[in-house]
Design a protein around this ligand. Structure first.
Ligand SMILES: NC(=O)c1ccc[n+]([C@@H]2O[C@H](COP(=O)([O-])OP(=O)(O)OC[C@H]3O[C@@H](n4cnc5c(N)ncnc54)[C@H](O)[C@@H]3O)[C@@H](O)[C@H]2O)c1
Length: 374
């Protein structure tokens, strides 16, 4: 399956291949115009061990194959120091403007590789090969690249798209459960904000989803990617519609900040979606029946460990912080304007609306609804 993301501003498109086993034929998906480029693989230490050899085996016959650059796995690599080290290494390998970067990894590798590609010799092409569910369904698509700064996450960056994205759901076989469940939070989000059929699939097939049944996982990825492509193609630079992708994320970012980034992003998003769902109901946008269905689906996946299905509801971060702390941490959200806190809410299952101003009282009531849940 091929999905195309049209970029009006650049009069170009990003080609997204989604197929089981596609990475085994990666060399064939490298666009012919780049075959004579210097080609470098950027990956992290964990992914290099798992899939590095497979990629090298396919790419080593390109005329100017320049080998692998491996960075330490983990968020700490989204730094200026690592970006500098990658650039130094590219120059040391005699890479110039005619270089193609292959980015193999999760969101960390993707964000970093995209940022290096955006600025190295004023911009070189890159091909993205996401290896986590989060990266396959979210971070690899949309052109947001960047690194962190001591002042905050993703504060240094650029909008810069890969030429091609190769998504091979088979790579998820090795993904730890916690990363898989974290990635599912974004899939649940897409179901809530834009795809009722995806929501129904998540609702009806939770055991197949959690067992990672290949056909179901591929379907979830295709539907999520389609959703993101649709939103991004209408709002390439995040100036309007793209805000709906923030459903659950306002509170999630506050919870992550309050936990000093110890709380996993996906688990924060589930809890943020619980709060935003209660807000949507209190505002009279969704019915109590719809509210119950959404909370049930979030609860099916908001689990720390899939073997603990019966015992965890994992609203711990919400419960550990007060409504006031979270409200104050939401004050810096980029959607806020005119002194108002704004949240993305649902109009129905499968449709979100643009951010709405929410009063402190409404937020506190929704918080109370959320933490009173069994
Ligand atoms: N650009 C965007 O639009 C966007 C959107 C959301 C998140 N992000 C960024 O994405 C990053 C998080 O990405 P992530 O959740 O993919 O984390 P990650 O890249 O750190 O990967 C998580 C862990 O899984 C390992 N891993 C990756 N693929 C694997 C596989 N197939 N098998 C086994 N292990 C594997 C990695 O080595 C790492 O240890 C954050 O920095 C976040 O800011 C960016």
């Amino acid at each position: 399956m091929v999905i195309r993301l049209g970029l009006k501003a650049q009069n170009s498109e990003v080609i997204i291949h989604i197929e089981q086993g596609s990475v085994r034929t990666l060399a064939q998906m490298i666009p012919p115009q780049y075959h004579a480029h210097a080609i470098v693989l950027l990956t992290d230490s964990t992914v290099a061990t798992l899939y590095g050899d497979m990629i090298v085996e396919q790419c080593k016959d390109f005329a100017r194959w320049k080998g692998v650059i491996t960075i330490p796995a983990g968020e700490a690599s989204k730094s200026r120091a690592i970006r500098d080290a990658i650039e130094d290494e590219l120059f040391a390998r005699e890479c110039g403007r005619d270089t193609l970067l292959l980015a193999l990894g999760g969101g960390v590798v993707g964000d970093l590789a995209g940022f290096v590609a955006a600025t190295f010799c004023r911009g070189i092409p890159f091909v993205s090969i996401p290896t986590t569910l989060m990266a396959m369904t979210d971070s690899a698509i949309g052109g947001k690249t960047g690194i962190n700064h001591a002042s905050g996450k993703n504060l240094l960056g650029a909008f810069y798209h890969p030429h091609t994205i190769v998504i091979d759901p088979q790579l998820l076989d090795s993904l730890p459960d916690a990363e898989f469940i974290g990635g599912l939070a974004e899939v649940v989000k897409y179901g809530c904000i834009g795809d009722e059929q995806l929501f129904a699939l998540l609702e009806e097939s939770s055991s197949d989803v959690l067992a990672r049944t290949p056909e179901i996982i591929q379907e979830l990825i295709i539907r999520s990617v389609s959703q993101k492509v649709q939103v991004v193609s209408h709002d390439e630079k995040e100036s309007g519609l793209r805000a709906i992708l923030n459903f659950g994320h306002t509170t999630a970012h506050a919870l992550e900040q309050l936990s000093h980034y110890k709380l996993a992003h996906g688990l924060a998003v589930y809890q943020g979606m619980v709060l935003a769902t209660h807000l949507s109901c209190r505002k009279g946008l969704i019915t109590h029946e719809q509210c119950k269905r959404i909370l049930r689906v979030i609860g099916m996946y908001n689990i720390v460990d899939k073997d603990a299905l019966q015992t965890r509801s994992a609203l711990h971060a919400l419960r550990e912080c007060s409504a006031d702390e979270i409200w104050r941490a939401c004050a810096n959200d980029k959607k806020n304007s005119g002194g108002n806190h704004k949240f993305v809410l649902l109009e129905t299952i499968g449709r979100a609306r643009e951010p709405l101003p929410i009063s402190k009282e409404e937020f506190f009531q929704a918080y109370h609804d959320a933490v009173s849940m069994p």
